[in-house]
Design a protein around this ligand. Structure first.
Ligand SMILES: Nc1ncnc2c1ncn2[C@@H]1O[C@H](COP(=O)(O)OP(=O)(O)OP(=O)(O)O)[C@@H](O)[C@H]1O
Length: 572
């Protein structure tokens, strides 16, 4: 379609000069007929017929081009959105946690919405330049110096435009972090996720004040630049007009002297008028096109970002069954841009079939440890072995399929119950039996049965007919995701924090039964849960302080015993 649109444009660009030329011939013929009193108007009507046909064709071509442009624009927009999503999916978690990365992502996204018209703008530009070339050839045939005059008149305007384009780009680029903040404030001020808290804390004034301050500063910066641009633009346009009119006056003199015919005068005057409006169009579009082109740099920069967590050339499949389990060898991890170690000097073994609980105060590094197991991050120092081989040697997709994690901040998808469960193993989205079985295992079946739409019930309030669930109900749905796959290692990061006491007890009874023979890690602050584990690993400031069974740790009288006693006191 791009080629077709381009071809049409080339033909369309020759039409204005053809129309003008036929017009010239008509005028000359009329003048001739009136001078010679000739009555044979056959040739004249032929010419009028040609002009009429050209006028109709011009209109038809223009419409066809507009149609193709809009179709191409839509396709281009969808294509780039998908490309961005696909590329983003390959990137690392810590890249998403980096502000500079977000700015690039943001600017790349702008290309899909704001710049879809770039392609058609470039093509229109080419079309107008070809039209100009045709018109200029006509002028040149008349007198080559006229073209020089025209060029001298327009070059300052082009230079001015590109200077202001650069400044505008730098301004917008510099504002990207604040623009992200504006988007965030807009989201905070009006979204289903935030409305409750914004109301209760009466934050709307606080948010709109911040929004106003930021947007006002944008406005002032852009205003200054726009005013400068418009003043210089007016000056350059005036220069251009002086050039055109000098040339125009010259032609009129030639006509008065009788050195050109009336038809020539009409042709040349028409050419000038069209050249002038074409140039205006080209100049305005030049701004948009060159801005689009510099923004495209951001688009390509985004695609240059490469993930660091990659897989080895000859990646190993995840073992069918584990014999040695996972071994941490002096593992340490520091988040990007952080000078604190989130995990340090971790050396321990997670045995096959073992249920290990992670205990530690907030920020002790429990979640970080499990993220390392599924290679959401790679250790900064030390290594993790699986069956004696570095985790980095295994196939990444296979590893993630076999190390299932339900995070404490799991997503509440605004989708149906079945889809919310199926995300645990999206390849099984059509396996209704598996979805229902997983729901039974996580105790989500009872609540689903009560929903009007059952497993097809839309959840959340964002879309029509959605039903909102309680925190504990959402957690049961999220837990079902863990049972969707037959993972060798199952990790539950505070999976029961929102469950009532009875549900929690039941969930763990089932969990122990269902994961028999499989390794599992539980992160919990509730000791009633933790004590069910075979061994408990106590973390403090990222380091391993104690490891052993509940009884062993209690009799050791260390941190675990102290924390356990604190919680037990609360219940007495
Ligand atoms: N994405 C991140 N970027 C930078 N630092 C982080 C990130 N996530 C966690 N941290 C830091 O790493 C440390 C360990 O965090 P982690 O989430 O592993 O703790 P946790 O033991 O799971 O805590 P909690 O019990 O509160 O869930 C914390 O000090 C935290 O500030």
């Amino acid at each position: 379609m791009t080629t077709a649109s381009f071809g049409l444009r080339v033909i369309r660009s020759a039409m204005p000069v053809a129309l003008l030329y036929v017009g010239k011939l008509i005028i000359d013929e009329v003048v001739l007929l009136s001078k010679t009193h000739n009555t044979d108007t056959h040739y004249l009507w032929q010419l009028v017929g040609v002009e009429f046909a050209l006028a109709i064709l011009t209109d038809g071509f223009s419409r066809a081009i507009t149609l193709m442009d809009s179709l191409l624009g839509d396709r281009f927009g969808n294509y780039t959105s998908i490309k961005i999503m696909n590329h983003a999916a390959t990137l690392d978690l810590d890249q998403f946690e980096d502000a500079v990365f977000y700015d690039k992502l943001e600017r790349a996204r702008q290309q899909t919405t704001g710049r879809t018209i770039l392609l058609s703008q470039i093509m229109s530009q080419v079309q107008d330049i070809i039209t100009m070339a045709f018109l200029a050839t006509g002028l040149m045939a008349f007198n080559p110096w006229l073209i020089v005059l025209l060029l001298v008149a327009i070059i300052p305007a082009f230079l001015g435009e590109s200077y202001f384009n650069d400044r505008n780009y730098l301004l917008t680029r510099g504002q990207t972090p604040e623009r992200r903040e504006l988007d965030y404030l807009r989201y905070l001020a009006a979204s289903d996720q935030t409305a409750k808290e914004i109301k209760i804390f009466d934050l709307s004034g606080f948010i709109t004040d911040r929004f106003k301050k930021l947007s006002d500063s944008f406005y002032h910066d852009s205003k200054r630049l726009s005013i400068q641009r418009s003043l210089w633009g007016t000056l350059f346009a005036m220069l251009g007009s002086v050039g055109y009119y000098a040339a125009y006056v010259f032609i009129i003199y030639r006509a008065i002297e009788g050195r050109v015919t009336i038809g020539d005068l009409a042709f040349l005057a028409g050419s000038f008028r069209q050249l002038r409006s074409l140039l205006e169009g080209i100049l305005t579009r030049f701004t948009a096109v060159s801005q689009g082109a510099i923004y495209l740099r951001d688009f390509f920069e985004f695609f240059e970002i490469q993930p660091k967590i990659t897989q080895a050339a000859k990646a190993l499949p995840f073992p069918e069954s584990l014999k040695q389990g996972f071994v941490f060898e002096n593992v340490g991890f520091r988040y990007l841009n952080s000078d604190r170690w989130a995990n340090r000097h971790l050396s321990f073994t997670l045995l096959p079939g073992e249920k290990l609980a992670l205990v530690g105060e907030n920020g002790a590094g429990k979640t970080t440890l499990v993220k390392l197991l599924s290679r959401l991050y790679d250790p900064t120092e030390g290594r993790i072995l699986l069956e004696g081989i570095d985790l980095r040697q295994y196939d990444l997709a296979d590893l993630r399929l076999n190390v299932g994690i339900i995070f404490q901040d799991y997503l509440r998808y605004q989708m149906t119950v079945a889809q919310n469960i199926a995300v645990g193993n999206i390849s099984k989205i059509s396996d209704r039996e598996l979805i229902e079985r997983s729901a039974q295992q996580s105790l989500a079946d009872k609540l689903t049965e009560k929903l009007p739409g059952g497993y097809d019930q839309q959840l959340g309030k964002r879309f029509a007919d959605g039903v909102e669930l309680s925190g504990g109900e959402w957690q049961k749905i999220a837990l079902a995701r863990a049972y969707m796959r037959d993972a060798q290692l199952l990790i539950l990061d505070e999976p029961t924090s929102a469950l009532d006491a009875r549900a929690e007890y039941e969930v763990f009874q089932r969990f122990a039964e269902l994961t028999k023979g499989k390794s599992a890690i539980l992160i919990s602050h509730r000791f009633s849960t933790v004590r069910m584990a075979d061994r408990i690993l106590v973390l403090e400031k990222g380091e391993l302080k104690e490891i052993g069974s509940h009884e062993e740790l209690l009799s050791n009288g260390g941190i675990y015993a102290e924390l356990f006693e604190l919680q037990a006191q609360g219940y007495r």
